[in-house]
Design a protein around this ligand. Structure first.
Ligand code: KG4
Ligand code: ZN
Length: 346
């Protein structure tokens, strides 16, 4: 079975094709093309929605064409099309949804509407050496950590999910990006903070870990951001915010963010006897987070399996939407598929 996934919820324009082998229970990535208008946004320090959508209109057809070419198939060989319907920026979502609706009519293919958030979770199973999860692999805790979201979700099985909690203010990735901005780093700052933090002293600053141990599954990162800002403002003399201080701030802020995510996810996994923890979203590209997480599971004597998507599948991409299309295979008539910027977990 071959599925085309289309993703345009934010600044990326992406089309990916996966092949599902139901005999070996595996998903192979045939192609995953991502065009981004990030360099435009890096200059402004954030995304300007109208500019993102205008770029996406230019990219969408060439990106889909390239995905078919790279997968070495024609549209005739596709079994279905999956498209992100939300959440996201309305102008951006419309580009993907309208293109997918048109192609489903032209190519006569079933069209599957996808919640972007589930795409990040199912990205975990795109890899031919990973088995598609079975009922016996659940319950699982999904940890969605992106630029716009921080959520913990209980998955009793593939189809039954319950939202446990999420951020009350900034998302985890947003915290990385805002802290990066204070330090003069380009947007999105998460990957650069991870690199710079390697040279930082973990004891140089003690940043707060808001709500980390309050027993809830809620998150809050705005206090951390303010604490970092206070430290940056204290450094008054030019040249004092030098490479070493920046590395220390990156290290200590990253430790605080990772600590909160790991603590919350582990308490949820313990409460619900989770067999798997599935990380997803841009922040799950952090190797530092994955390694610290794995260490904590070992330290706490837990045998819960930890998964994170391959690095190129952590940030927004079409293949993860195709994977979600396989797991949540509920095609609808094209007239019923619309963009919904506010879509969330049920
Ligand atoms: O999932 P994503 O591509 O877009 C949204 O749906 O929001 O996530 C982007 C976010 C950005 O905030 C970026 O800073 C963060 O993911 N990110 C990271 C890393 N790589 C990307 N954060 C921390 N460490 C990383 N290595
Ligand atoms: Zn995303």
């Amino acid at each position: 079975m071959k599925i085309l996934g289309i993703e345009t919820s934010c600044d990326e324009t992406s089309a990916g094709i996966i092949q599902v082998d139901e005999k070996t229970l595996s998903i192979t990535l045939l192609s995953n093309i991502v065009a981004t208008s990030l360099t435009l946004h890096a200059k402004t320090g954030g995304i300007i929605p109208e500019m993102a959508a205008r770029e996406q209109i230019k990219y969408i057809l060439p990106v889909i064409h390239e995905a078919l070419k790279k997968a070495d198939i024609t549209s005739k060989e596709l079994d279905s099309i999956a498209v992100t319907c939300g959440p996201g920026l309305i102008g951006s979502l419309l580009v993907g949804v309208e293109t997918a609706r048109t192609l489903s009519i032209l190519w006569n293919k079933p069209l599957i509407p996808i919640n972007h958030l589930f795409g990040h979770i199912y990205a975990n199973f795109i890899q031919s050496d990973k088995k598609i999860p079975q009922f016996s692999d659940f319950p699982a805790i999904a940890v969605l950590i992106s630029g716009a979201h921080t959520d913990l979700v209980l998955m009793e099985n593939i189809y039954k999910t319950t939202w446990l909690g999420g951020t009350r203010d900034d998302a985890a990735g947003e915290a990385f990006d805002k802290i990066g901005r204070m330090l003069g780093l380009a947007y999105p700052a998460g990957p650069e903070i991870e690199q710079i933090a390697k040279n930082g002293n973990p004891k140089a600053f003690h940043f707060p870990r808001p709500l980390a141990y309050d027993g809830s599954f809620d998150f809050s990162f705005s206090g951390l951001k303010t604490a970092v800002l206070r430290e940056v403002e204290k450094i008054e003399k030019p040249g004092e915010l030098n490479e070493n201080t920046i590395a220390d701030i990156c290290r200590c802020a990253q430790d605080a963010i990772c600590d909160v995510i790991i603590s919350k996810a582990i308490s949820a996994a313990q409460k619900y006897n989770a067999k798997m923890i599935l990380l997803g979203g841009g922040v799950s590209a952090s190797k530092t987070l994955f390694e610290s997480f794995q260490e904590r599971l070992i330290k706490d004597g837990m045998d819960t399996k930890l998964f994170a998507p391959a690095r190129n599948l952590s940030t927004d991409n079409g293949a993860m939407i195709a994977a979600a299309g396989y797991f949540m295979n509920t095609p609808l008539p094209w007239q019923e598929i619309t963009a919904d910027p506010e879509l969330y977990f049920d």
